[in-house]
Structures are given as C-alpha cells and as structure tokens.
Design a protein around this ligand. Structure first.
Ligand code: NAG
Ligand code: NAG
Ligand code: NAG
Ligand code: NAG
Ligand code: NAG
Ligand code: NAG
Length: 305
C-alpha cells in the first residue's frame, strides 16, 4: 500500500497543466508529455499508457535497453515520438489524424502492480481540416431583378462561417443568405453551400469567404462579376408596345388599300370589257376614255407610293 502510494506520487508529481494541440485531418499530431519526476524509467517493465477516459489508446513497455515495445491500438496510428526515452519524453505521435481523434488524452506511467493515480500529462487534441477554395455560381431561376448566387466549399472541419461580399462590402445588408452544411459520413467533414439572394440594381462583383476559426484562416472566392443589362423600363416597354401597334395599324391600312385597289381594278376591267362588247372603243365617248386613263394613272401613282 505504501509502495503504491509512493510510486503513484512519484509518477504523478510533474503535472504541468493541460496542453492543447490542434491536429490537421490527415496529418500527424504530437501529444506532448515529458516526465521529469525522479522515478527511473529504465527500471524495467515501466509502461507508458495513453488513454481517453477509460479507453486505452496506446501502451509502450519501456525495456531495459530502452527498447520500446509497443502495443498497437487505433489501427497502428500511434507510437511514441522517440524510440529511445531521453529526458523523459513520452510524447505520443498520432498519424493520419481524423475528426474522431479530437478528444482529451491522459498519459499514465505504470509499473507491475502499480499505476499512477493521476495522469502525468493531459492533452486536449482538437481537429481541423481546411476547406476547399470556395466557388461562386449564379443560378438563374429568380423572377424580376432578384438573382441567386451559390457559394460551395467542401471537405472542411469544423463548420465554417460564410461571409458574402458585394463590391467588397460585407453582406447581408440587403438580400438574404441561407447556409447549409452536409456531413460527409466517412470523414465527418463538412460540405458547405450558401445561397445569397440579391436584387440586381446595378453592376456588381459578388464573392464569398469561408472562415475556419480553428485554423484561423479565411478563403475568399474570386469575384463573380455581374453586369446589369440596360434597364428595360416601363416607359420603353410602353414605347415598344405603341410602335408595334402602329406597325400593325399601318399594315392593316396597306392591306385594305391593296384589296380596295384590286377590287376597283377588277370592276373597272369588267366595265371596260362590257363597253367593248357594247361596240368597241369607237363607241365609248371621249369622256369615258379620259376617265379610264385617269383611273389608270391614279392606280399607278397609288401603287408606287
Ligand atoms: C519538472 O519540470 C518543471 C517545469 O519545467 C519544473 O518546475 C520542475 O522543477 C521539474 N521537476 C524536476 C524533478 O526536475
Ligand atoms: C519484468 O517483468 C517480468 C515478468 O512480467 C519479470 O520476469 C522481469 O524480471 C521484470 N523485469 C524487471 C526489470 O523488473
Ligand atoms: C505499424 O506501423 C509501423 C510503421 O509505422 C510498421 O512497421 C508496423 O509493421 C505496423 N504494425 C502493424 C501491426 O501493422
Ligand atoms: C427584391 O425586391 C423585391 C421588390 O422590389 C422584394 O420583394 C424582394 O424582397 C427583394 N429581394 C431581395 C433579396 O432584396
Ligand atoms: C461534397 O462536395 C463534393 C464536391 O463538390 C461532391 O462531389 C460531394 O458529392 C459532396 N458530398 C456530399 C455528401 O454532399
Ligand atoms: C490569425 O491570423 C492572423 C494573420 O494571419 C494573425 O494576425 C492572428 O494573430 C491569428 N490569430 C490567432 C488566434 O492565431
């Protein structure tokens, strides 16, 4: 009992306060821990144990010749940083960090029959993954002057904050923003989609920024330039309708004129024919002849107009 108490005290006397480590998903992270107590780590059969709560993550048994025998856990992604324990460095290297590795880790030293009562080190690991460079697209389904833009970025962690800018001014000042995130089941990373609705009243440059607060970085998309077409105002719409109506009217008049002329020509020819039947040109009076010529001239001038 005394031995356990003494050893426990020896093992646990150098708690230097909790450490905080940020791991990047897919990369390696080191959970730092240095034992500078008086217990001889070369004594033989001393084990280093890294645990999350009660779950054993990693155990290395320190051999007599300072050989490190590792017990494998977590898919062989953990090992002590140093092969040979010098200066009490029992830091743990976690490779291929995943989002689910973001936990608090306690490091214990054990000797057959004894285990330290409190951890030598406590390390809080958080995980972050950079988002892809955001891209802005315009979706053309809106009515009137309203336009919708989509900002998409993928494969990051944790959920980011999305900012929209119009001509370098942050929004929403006008317009509305809806941001959706999709959890990728395998990696526990996020895809992010943000939708900005804005009324296009002038030329503008739209961009979005994805802020990852853990990584302290913000990725900004390239500007999406929008050129507003010359405004089709109510007035010019009315002008257009008026000129259309005018064209139709003129067309109708022309058609009516042509039909009328055609009919007139027809009845005139008929009359002329009848007069020939009645006794030829000789019988028709001088007046009548003049009338016919005048009418022909008339029709000529009318058709050339
Ligand atoms: C262990 O390290 C801490 C901080 O570096 C120091 O205050 C303490 O005196 C050291 N203990 C021993 C036994 O060296
Ligand atoms: C280590 O433990 C084994 C049995 O588990 C024992 O035979 C050996 O003597 C121990 N070595 C030391 C240095 O205590
Ligand atoms: C664990 O990984 C090391 C290299 O990092 C390799 O040498 C060893 O064979 C692996 N062990 C297992 C059980 O996969
Ligand atoms: C655009 O303008 C219309 C009316 O002018 C308004 O109802 C709508 O809410 C506006 N949309 C946005 C995104 O400002
Ligand atoms: C995440 O985004 C990528 C690229 O845009 C896409 O291929 C993938 O299907 C998305 N995954 C989910 C679950 O939405
Ligand atoms: C975030 O980054 C900026 C510049 O990139 C730097 O000035 C700032 O100190 C950083 N903040 C933190 C909390 O790391």
């Amino acid at each position: 009992m005394l031995i356990i108490w003494t050893t426990g005290l020896l093992f646990s006397m150098t708690s230097l306060g909790d450490a905080y480590v940020l791991g990047i998903v897919g990369k390696s992270a080191v959970l730092p821990c240095v034992y500078n107590g008086t217990f001889d780590l070369d004594a033989g059969n001393v084990s280093v144990e890294w645990r999350t709560g009660s779950e054993l993550v990693h155990r290395s048994v320190l051999g007599k010749e300072q050989e490190v025998m590792q017990s494998v856990s977590q898919g062989n992604r953990t090992r002590l940083v140093t092969d040979v324990i010098r200066n009490g460095d029992i830091s743990l290297l976690v490779s291929d960090v995943a989002v689910r590795d973001a936990q608090s880790y306690d490091c214990y030293l054990t000797h057959p029959g004894v285990q330290s009562s409190s951890p030598v080190c406590t390390v809080h690991l958080s995980a972050a993954a950079p988002f892809s460079h955001p891209a802005v697209l315009r979706v053309d389904d809106a009515e009137g002057e309203e336009a919708r833009f989509i900002c998409h970025s993928r494969g990051g962690y944790p959920k980011p904050t999305v900012h929209w800018f119009i001509d370098d001014t942050q929004h929403p000042l006008v317009g509305t923003v809806h941001t959706y995130s999709t959890l990728l089941p395998e990696s526990e990373l996020y895809n992010i989609t943000s939708v900005l609705s804005v009324n296009l009243t002038r030329d503008m440059a739209v961009s979005c920024a994805v802020e990852n607060r853990l990584l302290n970085n913000t990725l900004t998309s390239v500007n999406f330039a929008v050129q507003v077409k010359p405004v089709v105002s109510r007035a010019s719409e009315a002008m257009w309708m008026f000129s259309t109506a005018l064209c139709v009217l003129v067309g109708l008049l022309v058609v009516t004129g042509v039909v009328y002329q055609f009919k007139k020509d027809y009845s005139h020819k008929k009359n002329h024919h009848q007069s020939l039947e009645r006794g030829g040109c000789e019988n028709s009076s001088e007046d009548e002849r003049q009338q016919i010529i005048l009418e022909h001239l008339d029709s000529l001038t009318e058709t050339t107009v």
